[in-house]
Ligand binder design. Structure first.
Ligand SMILES: Nc1ncnc2c1ncn2[C@@H]1O[C@H](COP(=O)(O)OP(=O)(O)O)[C@@H](O)[C@H]1O
Ligand SMILES: NC(=O)OP(=O)(O)O
Length: 319
């Protein structure tokens, strides 16, 4: 599937990185990162230029929640704002990934360097998304627990793709990636770069100054944005399911091997993809494939990444 040397943006889902939603420990994520590093290093060894992106939905929600709980118990403790929590999530997830990728390279006698860039992503303050929170963050709750959290903490809670209830926050569309020139320089110098973690820290440009704004950008859209800016050939989105499906979670579920732009648009219109989970992935893949002839996108699971990249599974989106 990835034959000639390509520039690849590979995005890892925040939920997929917390493989067991009940085990949110850093140690568990380190194990998942180590498994994920294998297909990533296969691609690096294949001579491809690799830009890694990742989500942070569960992780940023847990960081914010921890600060909120601590402050509730001790009012002298500050509540950490969302942009700072997003930057923290970029730091620790990036640390796990860069350590895992480095180790896998060292094990194979490859000595490329890998580094995480704390990345700011510009959004539009007037984005309608600020009025309608859609991005699930943090852990999963029962409906009863969700009602209590809405009442006690003022959260907006929504059901997330049949998996439980989660807090939702605003998720504006990425407009620009501030650190893109740095990423480009590093990639062209042969380094592996981890960027737009958690979709990037959302910032707005106020008279030339960048200021953080509370939101969580979808990393699928941010990955698509950086892929376009860097003129990548291939966008790979790794999540918790092996294939995109229509009639998902029903007896009529049908997994898709390959979808064209037209089919993807039709399925979106028919409402087959859940907002906040599969919908942004399909939309991001579609946007990337439409943006320039020859560009391709793949959606598959972390576990099946190798087979997906070899063209044996996953859902490929083509022109
Ligand atoms: N039509 C669909 N096909 C496949 N999965 C879907 C579909 N609609 C919703 N999903 C859900 O979307 C999830 C992926 O979204 P999410 O967990 O938000 O991704 P991430 O791994 O990026 O955090 C899948 O695990 C699945 O439960
Ligand atoms: N920021 C973001 O898109 O996170 P997830 O991949 O966890 O949804």
């Amino acid at each position: 599937m990835v034959n000639q040397k390509s520039r690849i943006v590979l995005a890892l889902g925040g939920n997929a990185l917390q493989a067991n939603p009940k085990d949110t420990r850093a140690e568990a994520q380190i194990v998942t990162a180590a498994q994920t590093a294998k297909p990533i290093v296969d691609l690096i060894e294949g001579g491809h230029e690799l830009i890694l992106a990742h989500g942070n939905g569960p992780q940023v929600g847990q960081i914010v929640g921890t600060y909120e709980s601590a402050a509730a118990g001790n009012p002298s403790l500050p509540v950490m704002p969302f942009p700072e929590c997003g930057a923290m999530s970029q730091g620790y997830i990036g640390y796990h990934l860069q350590q895992a990728v480095r180790q896998e390279m060292v094990n194979r006698g490859n000595h490329k360097s890998v580094a995480t860039i704390v990345t700011q992503v510009v959004v539009d303050e007037k984005d309608e998304a600020f009025k309608n929170p859609t991005k699930p963050v943090g852990s999963f709750f029962t409906e009863e627990e969700a009602k209590v959290l809405e009442k006690e903490k003022g959260y907006t809670m929504k059901e997330d793709a049949g998996r439980g209830w989660r807090r939702v926050v605003a998720s504006p569309i990425p407009v620009d990636v501030v650190e893109a020139p740095v990423v480009k320089t590093l990639v062209e110098a042969g380094h592996v770069v981890i960027t737009v973690g958690g979709g990037g820290v959302p910032v707005v440009n106020r008279n030339g100054s960048l200021e953080g704004i509370p939101a969580v950008i979808d990393k699928d859209f941010a990955s698509e944005k950086i892929a376009e800016i860097l003129d990548a050939d291939f966008l790979i989105i790794l999540t918790a399911v092996e294939q995109v499906a229509i009639n998902f979670n029903t007896p009529q579920q049908k997994n898709l091997d390959r979808i064209t732009i037209e089919e993807a648009k039709k399925y979106i219109e028919e409402g087959h993809f859940a907002p906040g989970s599969m919908l942004p992935k399909v939309k991001a893949a579609l946007k990337f494939v439409e943006s320039k002839p020859g560009r391709r996108a793949l959606i598959t699971s972390l576990e099946k990444a190798k087979e997906g990249i070899e063209g044996k599974t996953g859902t490929i989106i083509v022109a």
